[in-house]
Design a protein around this ligand. Structure first.
Ligand code: NAP
Length: 255
């Protein structure tokens, strides 16, 4: 029986875990794919291709050339373009496809969250003169263009290749993980008044929320985009692996 050729769309800690587990399943021949957003990503335990596919046509050509039989989308909850396209292409081609989407964060007692649907709403809530920690990553900073008059600090993994795109802003280069103590020290040292973050969920980047709570800081929480239509994601690596095993079992039962 030939192994199931599976494409793992990566870019999250969960995808890294999945890569480790998939590498140990002999009935699966998986390829991982990274967008190339981080210059020196941590290695995955699978053969890995890096970079966009070249739009929808490029993605379809890749699936065909690599004879991909199933796709596991473990990209970031805010990477909605790749997730929508993947769901759409797989539906059109009749390919089994599953999205792993970790649960969003929910506020705990003591949290001071203001939830908004998009970055453009930030200026309605964050007063001029405030020092703002943009823990949103450097992509799409232009969406905060209306935060003029605030001091903006954006943390990123790679050193920048261009100046900060907005006036009054600066980058802070550092690589996770960060502990709650790290985050408290940073927020104190930089005199942060507001934390801005996307509701990514997961444990890895949660310490900043706990730090904000402990310091009594307000948080602007950007809500997730709607999931692709017709897609029912699973919330855990274990459930995604169960899906992969069910694919292998179904293949084994074929005459
Ligand atoms: N958005 C975030 O906040 C965030 C945070 C952490 C990690 N990431 C990761 O960074 C990647 C890019 O994020 P994004 O927000 O720019 O995504 P996006 O808007 O949904 O996708 C933009 C384009 O990036 C390419 N792409 C995305 N994920 C890919 C993958 N795993 N393998 C190959 N190509 C991929 C595709 O290019 P083509 O059309 O050329 O195929 C896609 O059209 C994602 O894989 C995501 O998991 C994103």
């Amino acid at each position: 029986m030939k192994p199931v050729r599976l494409l793992l769309l990566a870019g999250t800690g969960e995808a890294r875990e999945l890569a480790r587990e998939l590498a140990a399943i002999p009935e699966v021949a998986a390829i991982a794919s990274l967008a190339g957003a981080t210059r020196q990503p941590l290695d995955l335990d699978l053969p890995t291709r890096v970079g966009g596919f070249g739009g929808r046509a490029g993605f379809e050509a890749f699936l065909k050339a690599e004879r991909i039989a199933a796709v596991l989308d473990a990209t970031h909850p805010f990477a909605d373009r790749i997730s929508r396209r993947t769901a759409d292409v797989c539906r059109a081609r009749g390919l089994p496809c599953l999205q792993l989407l970790r649960p969003p964060w929910t506020p705990a007692p003591g949290d001071r969250w203001t939830c908004v649907d998009h970055e453009g709403a930030a200026a309605e809530h964050i007063p001029e003169g405030a020092t703002v920690f943009l823990a949103t990553g450097p992509q799409h900073l232009e969406r905060f263009a209306n935060l003029s008059g605030r001091r903006l600090i954006c943390r990123r993994i790679d050193p920048p290749r261009a100046p900060f795109p907005l006036p009054g802003g600066e980058y802070l280069v550092d690589r996770p993980p960060f502990t709650v103590a790290d985050e408290i020290a940073l927020m104190r040292k930089r005199g942060i008044d507001w934390l801005v973050t996307r509701n990514s969920g997961g444990q890895g980047s949660r310490p900043k929320l706990e730090a904000a709570r402990m310091l009594g800081l307000p948080v602007l929480m950007i809500s997730r985009p709607a999931p692709p239509p017709g897609v029912t994601p699973v919330e855990s690596v274990e459930k995604a692996l169960a899906w992969v095993r069910s694919l292998c079992n179904a293949r084994a039962e074929l005459p």
